[in-house]
Design a protein around this ligand. Structure first.
Ligand code: ZN
Ligand code: ZN
Length: 324
């Protein structure tokens, strides 16, 4: 079992995910005689079995979990929330913006996969690949349902005998939050800062359309806080937070300049095909490669460094003249 004790009285638990990052790290932390949970994992057999083993080996009754905090709506973090709520009876909390996305993307009447398919086609993805991307999204819904009953996260939460500030840090998702203890300078950073992975910054229908701007702003905001350790949701905890944030900002600056140089006369799909040419991508990876490329293109367009041209049925880009 991938389980370690963290400072204070809590546990960092690696719950398997069927993606290259292998685990999402969820945190189980005491509050008096009860426990709170930060994130839960994806709803599939391996993850559910892992939780059963965790409860047995720590000798914790699921009913002693009183609150579940979801750092954001992505399936690897929130997919098991309905199952976990049923098992524990706990209240589930999430930021309002991501509660809305949870219903929009994974709710019963969701037409998100159709909207994503249309977006992919508009940005130049071949029809057959757009259809595969939508099919893959439809299948993923099973790993995210049932949805829990969700409440709005308050500004401060209590566990481990102390108060934690809930910091809204949009970009990776519109409603992503980190939890911060200013006294001990500990941050639960979710997918805001990861190492060595770079968090995916993507544009989705129905969400904010300049997430890279939000993300860079969130990174600079978090960089002001003294942080000794960040408990991340993938990879190892980070003790060099300021340096890692500098690296992440630099990564996106390089990516922006590369994409601007490639953009002229090309669709987003043609640009992504060049950026990701060394890798064979499956439809799921193509969805993220496209959404991430569009996030950079939107950022450049908002900064007036690129212009869109609608040449039915696709969108092409042109560089604007450099004004210095
Ligand atoms: Zn995420
Ligand atoms: Zn994640």
């Amino acid at each position: 079992m991938n389980l370690t004790k963290i400072e204070g009285g809590g546990y960092r638990i690696g719950i398997p995910v069927p993606f290259p990052m292998k685990y999402v790290y969820c945190h189980l932390i005491p509050r008096g005689k009860e426990y709170v949970l930060i994130d839960v994992g994806l709803n599939y057999r391996e993850a559910r079995e892992t939780w059963e083993k965790v409860f047995l080996s720590l000798n914790i009754s699921p009913s002693s979990i009183c609150e579940i905090y979801l750092t954001h709506f992505h399936p690897d973090h929130s997919g098991l929330a309905g199952w976990m709520q049923e098992k524990t009876g706990a209240n589930v909390y999430i930021h309002d913006l991501d509660r809305r996305m949870m219903h929009q993307v994974w709710g019963e009447d969701s037409d998100q996969s159709i909207r994503v398919k249309t977006m992919m086609k508009d940005y130049g993805v071949p029809v057959s690949l757009s259809e595969k991307i939508a099919d893959h999204m439809d299948k993923l819904v099973r790993k995210v349902t049932p949805l829990p009953t969700m409440h709005t996260l308050p500004n401060v939460v209590e566990f481990d005998g102390r108060s934690w500030q809930v910091i809204h840090a949009p970009g990776h998702s519109d409603g992503l939050v980190c939890l911060y203890d200013p006294k001990k300078q500990v941050l639960f950073s979710a997918d805001l800062i990861l190492d060595p992975i770079t968090p995916n910054i993507s544009v989705w229908p129905g969400a904010r359309q300049n997430p890279l701007h939000d993300y860079l702003h969130s990174l600079r905001y978090i960089q002001q806080f003294p942080i000794r350790i960040a408990y991340t949701a993938h990879g190892e905890p980070i003790t060099h937070v300021k340096k890692r944030i500098d690296q992440l900002i630099q990564h996106h600056e390089q990516r922006l300049s590369m994409i601007r140089n490639l953009a002229s006369g090309r669709t987003a799909y043609e640009i992504a095909s060049i950026l990701f040419k060394k890798r064979e991508l499956n439809p799921h990876q193509w969805r993220f490669a496209m959404a991430e490329t569009i996030a950079h293109l939107n950022y450049l367009e908002f900064k007036r460094k690129l212009k869109k041209h609608y040449m039915n049925p696709k969108i092409y880009y042109e560089r604007t003249l450099e004004i210095s």
